[in-house]
Ligand binder design. Structure first.
Ligand code: SF4
Length: 359
């Protein structure tokens, strides 16, 4: 008896609506789908939800890709590419987008990684949820073939949401995928995707406004650029980039910066980072933790090469952002770099904190 091989495809799943729809369009054609989600260190949902006190009534934080995979009934491969991704962020061949987002290099890298996994696991082709012209850099018509060429997957990357507007791919030419049943979405509007979602009975998907990558965020990019300026080189560790996600960051002078916890959860997080490094002379070098001794308030980390006056200023900031801001004097504990002391300081008045200190 003749058997027909079931076609299988591996998709890149962010957990956003577009990638979910791409999965559904292929499932509708009887294709077996699994997906991969890459962890770069800059994924918004991986830390943020767990770092801040939840808003009253807010739903608990969730991982969008895991949630989407569950809804779609597919297996999800979660792959940590953070270490290799450093070179993409620090030295992108094709440059940055409007902030520190190296979208073209990032897409080429992820597609090539997905292809390697496809080869390893024996899928027939790979796909993404890209929509023509939706993103300024990586989804421009002229860049799509370029991404495929540089990733070494020419003709083998299917984009089910905009397939009918671009050249047929091998899976279409070989009759594995019916091109007539794919879509020709383009542009930044979301209406056609939302209509298709309703048609598929998909109602629980993240808002596109939420974004998924810190590198496209103006405030985050400014903090990362500040870190590189301070270091004199484009380099970062995982701890650096996670710390940039937490707290309020101020640089009162080029030689040092402070990070102020904004709520209890962030205070715990910053204390955890400081505590975890206590015994590590190299990593703890140049970092102090400050907090008011007798009053509730933030945990504040000081990083860099502060003078004694700078540490006093950091103590005054600690007092300023805590419950003792209206008191004549506040006792602040300093811990780090072999030092443990308490200083009594006058809280810094709000009008003595220049706007340019804020990163
Ligand atoms: S937004 Fe971030 S994850 Fe997406 S392509 Fe750009 S750099 Fe990569």
């Amino acid at each position: 008896m003749e058997t027909t091989k079931q076609i299988s495809a591996l998709g890149l799943l962010s957990g956003g609506l577009d990638s979910m729809l791409a999965v559904r369009l292929l499932q509708e054609q009887g294709i077996r789908v699994e997906c991969v989600n890459f962890y770069t260190g800059f994924c918004i949902q991986s830390h943020t939800g767990a770092m801040r006190n939840p808003e009253p009534g807010a739903s608990p934080p969730r991982h969008d890709a895991l949630h989407a995979a569950q809804l779609l009934g597919i297996k999800l491969h979660m792959v940590d590419i953070a270490e290799e991704y450093v070179r993409i962020v620090t030295d992108p061949k094709h440059g940055y987008g409007s902030h520190l987002n190296p979208c073209l290099d990032c897409k080429i890298f992820m597609v090539s990684k997905a292809w390697a996994l496809k080869e390893q696991l024996g899928f027939d082709f790979i796909f993404t949820g890209e929509v023509l012209g939706q993103r300024p850099m990586s989804q421009r018509r002229e860049n799509l073939p370029h991404i495929e060429r540089e990733a070494g997957v020419e003709g083998w990357l299917l984009r089910p949401l905009c397939a009918t507007r671009i050249k047929p791919t091998e899976p279409e030419k070989r009759g594995w995928v019916d091109r007539q049943r794919l879509k020709g979405f383009s542009g930044r509007g979301r209406r056609p995707q939302m209509a298709l979602a309703a048609q598929f009975g998909l109602h629980d998907y993240p808002s596109p406004a939420g974004g998924c990558c810190f590198l496209t965020d103006v405030n985050y990019s400014r903090k990362l650029q500040d870190l590189w300026n301070f270091r004199g080189e484009r380099a970062y560790s995982m701890e650096d980039i996670v710390l940039l996600k937490a707290g309020r960051h101020l640089r009162p002078a080029p030689r040092f910066k402070v990070i102020v916890g904004r709520d209890e959860t962030e205070n715990h997080f910053l204390a955890g980072i400081h505590g975890a490094n206590k015994g590590d002379a190299v990593r703890c070098q140049g970092r102090w933790a400050l907090h008011a001794v007798d009053l509730p308030g933030p945990l504040l980390l000081v990083e860099g090469h502060p003078s004694e006056e700078d540490l006093t200023l950091a103590c005054r900031l600690t007092a300023r952002f805590g419950q003792g801001r209206r008191q004549a004097a506040v006792r602040v504990a300093i811990e780090g770099n072999g030092r443990q002391e308490v200083r009594t300081v006058v809280p810094l008045p709000a009008d003595e904190i220049p706007a340019e200190w804020y990163l």
